[in-house]
Write a new protein. Structure first.
Length: 78
């Protein structure tokens, strides 16, 4: 009976250590992903400006909305 308790305790400790390592690894991965910056979004010294007409902007917005609706429909169907 004592060996059973000892084995269960060792397995519990091993699983706890393994879970801790997995959580630490996930946290490090997320932290690394957050440090990546894109030149246009990272506040770089180059400033990009584009003149876009209202019609072009609306067409682009409609494209994005359609893409998101299609993606949502695909997830519902899956």
């Amino acid at each position: 009976m004592r060996q059973h308790w000892l084995i269960n305790s060792l397995i519990g400790v091993a699983l706890f250590v393994l879970a801790s390592l997995v959580m630490t690894s996930m946290t490090i991965t997320q932290a690394q992903a957050q440090t990546v910056s894109l030149p246009s979004l990272g506040g770089g010294s180059e400033e990009e400006t584009a003149e876009v007409s209202g019609e072009e902007f609306q067409a682009s917005l409609n494209d994005v909305i359609t893409m998101l609706e299609n993606e949502e429909a695909a997830h519902r169907a899956a």
